[in-house]
Design a protein around this ligand. Sequence first.
Ligand code: PLP
Length: 380
Amino acid sequence: MKIRPDFLPLSKPALGGEEIAAVTRCLRSGWITTGPVCREFEQSFQELTGAARAVSFTSGTAAMQLLLAALEIGPGDEVITPSLTFASTVNMIALRGARPVFIDIDYPTLNMNPDLLEALITPRTRAVIPVHFAGAPADMPTITTIAKRHGLVVIEDAAHAVGTYCRDVHAGGSGWPAVFSFHPIKNITTGEGGMITLADEDLERRLRLLRFHGIERDAWKRYGKGGNPDYDIQAPGFKCNLPDVLAAIGVAQMAKWPELNRRRAELAGRYLAGLAGIDGLELPGSPVFPHVHAWHLFVVKVAAMSRERLMARLSEYNIGYGLHFPATHRLRYVRERFGDCAAALPETERAADRIVSLPLYPGMSDDDADYVCDAVREIL
Ligand SMILES: Cc1ncc(COP(=O)(O)O)c(C=O)c1O
């Protein structure tokens, strides 16, 4: 086949005139840090998820850091999460002085296998963090039933899950705290940003304090007409508040997500058909329960050759790729600090050597997707 002259990237944010206009409006308004636009963005997440509350942050990682702090998870505590996730989650657990306990995955979907959950729970377990991997929902009803029985908090890692429904509940809609990310690769972006949706009023209050130095009121409220610029701090906080100028991008993106996800699903369908029946290539599996997949990523597993060889060959075809994710239990500090647990994670181990993410973003054309299918077929 003929090699395309231009590079097809793994991902590109879907930004246009609406985002530019929203940012311009914010810049002209005279208020660019956390204020009314952030609140509008938060409300759009309450509507999307059905959660009673939402709090925005500067990143998904910051959101997770502050949530673990607000829940007072710390030394001596254990948090169950898959190893096949972005390292940030495990970093945040480790930075709290807690121990990540890795749960093996369901190989086809790359989601945590809830059948293994109960056996990993000890008196030290505080929380379980399922990841809706690539936009495929984790089995929330099963996970939350077990968690409730043992008094654990469930934190949904919903970084990939704008538009993910488990049965008819959107990620973040089951009352447990859920952490979203708006990094540029995500289904909607603010450049960088994060959001926690939740039900608990007191937890929301603690998150808002931790988000902004421990100060009760945002600057927006303190510096408005008749505002009181004085403040007290009862406990020291961080500085992770999303500025309005970024939230403005998010508000514009939220108006578009159904169309963006529709296009992602269409492209994923094209991949599933175009890549079917290639020896040594496994396509993403679907959850067995009713769901809506957000198709954040399209992760294949290659057994016909080494993943590194496939990546090198994709480069020759001018195709970008990703690795979601290097298994965190294999990272050096994780092995040194928490021990080698590869033997307990056979399905993660099997997937970890094989996974490759192919280009997937709403601006891709059908021809782009067909080109990737033809190239992968020719390479393998
Ligand atoms: C599964 C997962 N969790 C957490 C994060 C962290 O989000 P952020 O990059 O916004 O800090 C990401 C993405 O970056 C992710 O993919």
